[in-house]
Design a binder for this molecule. Structure first.
Ligand code: AMP
Ligand code: MG
Length: 419
């Protein structure tokens, strides 16, 4: 087994050879799910001004001292401040200003008493103040602390402070903050364009009838899904047949698209390999690796006209597993995303066989009293895609073992979110 390349070494070499794409500018409405390219610094205070957190009366907290329901304090109402307006004057000691939630605090005021703690019954009669004129005076039913019910300018984010660091993935809350600071356009890492190639005389696309000896191409579909999931833009090209001309034409067409990565499946195993290898040698600088993993031993990696190229095995499960282990982290780095693989520890419920290579067995995961329990999804043939359909993750059987005994705790690479 010593002539087989270690999985981690292969993954590290691949990762070291790719780099993150440059930025492009998108409008905020298109930014969800994208990765920001630079730290975002707020150009303004948010909120931009001190404002009221309640519908009520702005006042000097000192003026509410000793107020209670039994002994209310009465203040004249000097002004009415609506949301979206600006107070024309400051508040004097001994005065109150009727104020709406989000309306600017008048200068001098340092607290807002909620309307329900006053004798104003504007909520009882269903009128929310906005239309009705304010009362001449207001009774305070309690005492206020300085700062109570006030949202200070800049308390959400201060001008000059970092709103979010580079490499943040933009979700709904981030979009809201960016809108709040007036960021209409945003620099995000370009999404990698990934061309996906398949070849084989036995393969037909989904719209064609199956003739004897034929199967449908599944790899270009699973790989397109994986690329999309990893933040890339997949481009599937039509299947080439097993002829030099057809494969050469396909590869040329792929490079003409000017992608950021090329992934092909099939034709890299010894024997069937020849045609694809000839074309790869013509167009690029490719190493053929025999990696110490199961499934997925044969793998071609290198550059085609300078672009990162993966030649994955043809077997549908092998193609997906090698993507998970070797392509996904590289694509994540290119896309500016987190390269860490998501994994959990799980106890296997039964013996799991391997052959001394590092095994990636398809398992379901169930949360037990003492952590996760992993169960085989059944037939583990590298052609049996159902083993992936059923799987929550890939249980990793360390190198050197032919069996992982029932009860062993293994790393499991997650293939989906667990609920
Ligand atoms: P090869 O590497 O060409 O010897 O292919 C290995 C196995 O993978 C064979 O059983 C192929 O039929 C199968 N295979 C190759 N390409 C695909 C594909 N795009 N979709 C589904 N199966 C494939
Ligand atoms: Mg083939």
């Amino acid at each position: 087994m010593s002539h087989l390349l270690n999985v981690d070494t292969a993954a590290e070499n691949i990762l070291a050879s790719v780099k993150t794409l440059a930025a492009e500018t998108v409008s905020l409405a298109e930014a969800q799910g994208r990765v920001i390219a630079q730290d975002i610094v707020s150009p303004i205070d948010l909120p931009p001004f001190d404002n009221s957190a309640m519908d009520g009366y702005a006042l000097y907290s000192e003026d509410s001292k000793q107020a209670s329901r039994a002994h209310p304090i009465t203040l004249p109402v000097a002004m009415d401040i609506l949301a979206g307006s600006a107070p024309s004057a400051g508040l004097q000691r001994g005065q109150a200003a009727r104020i709406m939630t989000g309306a600017p605090l008048p200068a001098g005021a340092d607290a807002v008493i909620p309307v329900e703690d006053t004798d104003d019954d504007w909520q009882d009669d269903g009128q929310k103040g906005d239309s009705a004129a304010p009362p001449k005076q207001v009774q305070l039913f309690r005492c206020l602390r300085p700062g109570e019910n006030i949202r200070r300018a800049g308390e959400n984010i201060a001008a000059g402070a970092r709103v979010m660091p580079a490499r943040t993935t933009i979700g709904p809350a981030e979009i809201g903050m960016l809108a709040g600071i007036g960021c209409a356009k945003i620099a995000v890492i370009r999404r990698p364009k990934v061309v996906i190639l398949s070849s084989g005389d036995e393969l037909v696309d989904i719209h064609q009838p199956l003739e004897p000896g034929q199967i449908r191409d599944t790899n270009s579909y699973t790989l397109a899904g994986l690329v999309r999931q990893a933040g890339g833009v997949p481009i599937r090209l039509p299947i080439a047949d097993d002829s030099l001309d057809s494969i050469r034409a396909l590869y040329r067409r792929a490079l003409d698209i000017n992608p950021d990565m090329v992934i092909s499946t099939a034709g890299v195993s010894v024997g069937a390999a020849d045609l694809v290898r000839i074309v790869m040698d013509e167009l690029g600088d490719i190493d053929f690796w025999r990696i110490n993993m199961r499934p997925g031993k044969p793998l071609a990696y290198g550059t085609l006209r300078g672009l990162p190229f993966f030649g994955l095995p043809g077997n549908p499960v092998s193609a997906m597993v090698t993507f998970e282990v070797l392509v996904r982290p590289a694509l994540a780095k290119i896309a500016g995303r987190d390269i860490r693989q998501r994994k959990v520890k799980a106890r296997i419920d039964a013996d799991m066989g391997s052959d001394g290579r590092r095994g990636y067995n398809r398992v379901t995961l169930e949360r037990g009293a003492e952590g996760f329990i992993a169960r085989s999804t059944g037939i583990q043939s590298s052609g049996a895609l159902m083993s992936m359909v059923l799987a929550d993750g890939l249980a990793v059987i360390p190198e050197g073992l032919t069996v992982a005994p029932a009860g062993s705790v293994l790393d499991v690479l997650l293939l989906r979110d667990l609920d």
